[in-house]
Design a protein around this ligand. Sequence first.
Ligand code: ANZ
Ligand code: ZN
Length: 865
Amino acid sequence: MESRYHPAEIEEKWQKTWADQGLHQTVENANQPKFYALSMFPYPSGNLHMGHVRVYTIVDVIARVRRMQGYRVLNPMGWDAFGLPAENAAIERGIPPATWTYQNIDQMRQQLDQLGISFDWEREVTTCSPDYYQWTQWIFLQFFKAGLAYQKEATVNWDPIDQTVLANEQVDSEGKSWRSGAKVERKQLRQWFLKITDYAEQLLNDLDKLTGWPEKVRLMQANWIGKSTGAQVSFKANTGDEIVVFTTRPDTLWGATFMVLSPEHPLVEKLTTKKQAKRIQRYQAEAASKSDIDRTAEGREKTGVWTGSYAINPVNDEKIPIWIADYVLMDYGTGAIMAVPAHDQRDFEFAKTFDLPIKVVVQPPGEELSAETMTAAHAGDGVMVNSGPLDGIPAGKENGQSVEAAIAWLEQHGKGRGMANYRLRDWLISRQRYWGAPIPIIHCPQCGAVPVPDEDLPVKLPEDVEFSGRGPSPLAKLDSWINVPCPTCGTPAKRETDTMDTFIDSSWYFLRYPDARNQQQAFDPRKTNDWMPVDQYVGGIEHAILHLLYSRFFTKVLRDRGLLNFDEPFQRLLTQGMVQGRTYKNPRTGKYVVPMDITDFANPVDPETGEALEVVYEKMSKSKYNGVAPGDVIGKYGADTARMFILFKAPPEKDLEWDEADVEGQFRFLNRVWRLVTDFAGAGSSQPALGTKANQKKSESLTKDEKNLRRAIHTAIQAVTEDLDGEYQFNTAVSELMKLSNALTDAACKDSPVYAEGIESLLILLAPFAPHIAEELWSGLGHEDSIHRQSWLTVDPDALVADEITLVIQINGKTRGALQAPAQLSKEELEQFARESDIAQRYMEGKTIKKAIVVPGKLVNFVVG
Ligand code: ANZ
Ligand code: ZN
């Protein structure tokens, strides 16, 4: 072995050897327990950033440890390769999206290999490749055939200058087009949806099964689904129409003094009287130009128009006016509400603005609310009043019984029924873009929307297209591609020109990895059911809601189609923290200073103004000059150091502050390990390691030094194993490795087989973290087989037993000294041992012992008087 550690040489050498040996190929052996380790696959932007390095390193350690622990491990990788940036590159630089994407993929794959990540590349999936999106299309058709894919009108962003539909990301914060700068308009278009709302209740309930997920993520999902319970109540209008409302507070029905319909509600036209028609139409046009977020912003001044009509409150037959207002949204509940100004703040503000009546029906304890004096709605608990049959019942959503009583009354009188409502909307999957999987539908004037027959899949993206960024999407301009005969009746028909939201591609990729090269099916259910669910999923918190929810939805639908036999795709989830870089910021101007312009890092000042700069850690980004390129770190220290630093610096779910000094610290540690092992090998120790087949020397015959070293070795094995099981405390595991290396450095028995055991144990424990150096040193010790094929170490409980303990002696709770005591003494013997010690004798002379408190293994405290 070389006497000096040269990471660049050994890393490249081993990466090549491992690839040649197929070391990371998935082993399909039904006798081994399976472990599916999965990292969220990246968008191929072309460059690996530190965030990527962190996730893939975390998953790699998990995969490597599981392999050594005897699992058959699936640790695959792929590319979420459709999406807007490729299309933008095509528009701006004239490179076809496919060319740009595949170049980026090659570059990133190389960078990942440089990190020594043990991905099984034989199972690589690329969502923009026809052999993948063929099955994305097939799965879409499964949804279509199950009645879970349908078309309806929805709003899109419309650029009036370029005459094109824009993605949300192409609209800036001022609502202008990224390209033309035009003010973006809202336009109605017929688009495709997936009926995720059919699964809302299951998606909510099954969150309880996900005990291996962060509580925070489960909560975010639950809030996104947003279940509200209440009732649906029907009101009769003077036109004879039924207006159905959804309310979470049916108990306040007696306090409903008006109704409000969303301006888009289908009954508005019919309810509007001639006299009010002009005003209503003007208001509708205004509302249409506003976003939902604007419309529902808290504290915003209320606006609205009376339709001229009335409805009858079904509980007390009172005549109440029907209004329209933009704070009522068409796509929530039924798009109509009963307004209870005394107990709902928005309704209260509306009533105050338009001078509408307010009626108190919940009286809070110890207060006397009156409509005239109240300054805000009372949403809290109390007792029902002015509410006929409900009077006197304790009111409130959580503590009261009024809601149940109201629902019972409504159901008994046939005026409504209890029901739940969800905030979750159906998933709009149509994109008017080129670089996505074409929706495999043919529109026939005779038959309507006809699925492309399975044998005609994939519907391939045509390659002879032009990207201008103007006009309809490139697909919609290609007549030769669009015009096809109907698969059912042969009539001239037209292809759907929308492509699918890229979230669809990533909602099933984990099902493909177990059978990634299948040409006949999306996956063989036997293989996918065997590997799924994923045992450990690792990815960013930014995917806590949509990606995970959609993947759970796909899993449930495919299960109901008989293709899968499990309910949830991801058993355990780890959301890794951010990688933050050091910034130098002028606190007054808020500007970031380029580190290169700073002369004195101890007292950094703004080179332009001379003001003192603030040093803060923030998410790495170009605009803050705080990024660190993975390639630079690998070039300087090697991948093993980069990995060690990332794992050591912070627990995986916490943010990590990039710190060059700590990177150097890890580099020094690996150098120490290098020296330790090369010195050992150079010394030509003839003793085979203890515990190996070659050396079964009994531990009873060990010297005191040997016993101490052996305890340090097995303490490290135990601690590292525990840190990697369950909670993944890589940072403390690395500390344990450092402790062990110190114990070896300090060991007095360097020619003992225990020392050899220590050296080999250190390398095996280090292997998942720093795979290259561990392999190099291992082979330097003369081993033929890869260290990564060794079994994980098991703890010898005998080795952990200490012969002696350090016993602290206290007198009246005050520590007076410590001494070594035999470890196996009983409580009584320990007390006796302490009593006879010099320390105790010295401090207790002439005093009587009232009591002795013994903490086994630790201390004896004498209470004396
Ligand atoms: C009467 C009432 C009285 C209400 C009261 C609340 C308090 P969550 O919890 O978010 O589900 N609502 C119903 N549909 C609406 C829509 N399309 N646009 C705007 N608001 C709508 O809220 C449900 C409550 O929000 C419903 O219960 C309704 O107002 C309103 F003291 O009905 B409530
Ligand atoms: Zn037809």
